[in-house]
Design a protein. Sequence first.
Length: 437
Amino acid sequence: MTWKALFFTLSVIHGATASEIGVLERYTTLRTIAGLGNQEDGNFWQARFEGSNPRLVELSNPHDCGTDAYGRVYIVDKESHSVLRVSADGAEIITVAGTHSSGNAPDTSVSATSGPLSNPNGLHVFADGRFLILDTDNRKVRSVDQDGMMTTLFTYPAGFGTGRGLITSPLGDEVYFCGEFISASQQNVKRWSAEDGFTTVAGINPGTRGLGNLDLGPQGALFVTSAGDHRVFKIPSGGSPIVVAGNGSTDGNLISGALATSVSLDRVRGIAVLHDGSFFVATQKGGDVWWVDNGPANDGVGRRIHLFVNGSRSGNIKSGDDQLRTGGADRISEPRAINLASNGDLLIACNDTGVIRAVRNVCKPTAPVLKLNHPVLTWQSNWRDRYTMEVSDNLQEGSWSPLSSITSPSNGFHSHVLSEPAPSFIRFSVPHLAGGQ
């Protein structure tokens, strides 16, 4: 962890900036964050795993993962009915939600590790370490705070279909998820807020296997994968769904460099959107991870798709640690979800293999440029949700208090009105650890 106490306008760059290096060049070698790797379904959790080396633990069909701004990696481990957390240095794994047995926790506040979950398969991690859980079989979204207390944010009686998408708006006041099937040709993407309750964002063709994952892009656009329709949709803010990748088939027509809408994305599930609107996708049965560019004019028209990590549609493949992500050999198999880590790495959840992998990013987040107009704090953010802020009056380590509402929603400028009296000192965390790098 790198801390910078900020007393005046300051910019610190760790390595090259993202604008200086293209996407395919800035990602280099693979590594394993957690999981021995197995080829079976089941609950493999054992008490001896608690606090142990995460790379020596048998995961139980991990469906999703994410990081906080401290570099800790969270894993929703579906068939052990839990959420696990890997320390920023990669040394240990602990349980942070669930009891490792199926059940239905009370809706009122309880310790997250004493409240049972049932086949959770979606996760959203906030910069400050809070997180949301898609508690699938209980048809609930749970919220876990920084003190490890869990409450039910909402119950959705219609259920979540087959989707595991769960994402919030930048301010965290709106939650997006994949909802119920309306017909054979429509599954709803839903929005929830405390003020408005449930509203429908759009209906998307779920095919035979339903929708997959969600992510938010620039200008509030929502990206959704359809595992059953083998396509990726973009829903502009206030607009209708647009196909941005996939031709709806599984015919194997997938060539690196081809138009993104012309290729076969066999059971596409994972998606991670970059700040410029380009995105990564993961195909469960294709077995690969791909990057879709933003078109020749950065307008999303004429997007092309590029092979990112080669994989297999089956088997127990976990190879290539500390080797370049490129090459002819299969490195992964059946990825279910992908996410950008707080240090810029790309996380890959391989459910069927039981591992969490990461592709290293040589461009690390930069400390924001601050402009102090007391009592308004304004900064230019380079990575969404990559920083946490703390304040102190005396610089003593025990005196720092978090401003949990401070996150950077996207590239651009972000402002926050400081409380009166304004603190004497402010510091940002700029993580360069995520599960041991």
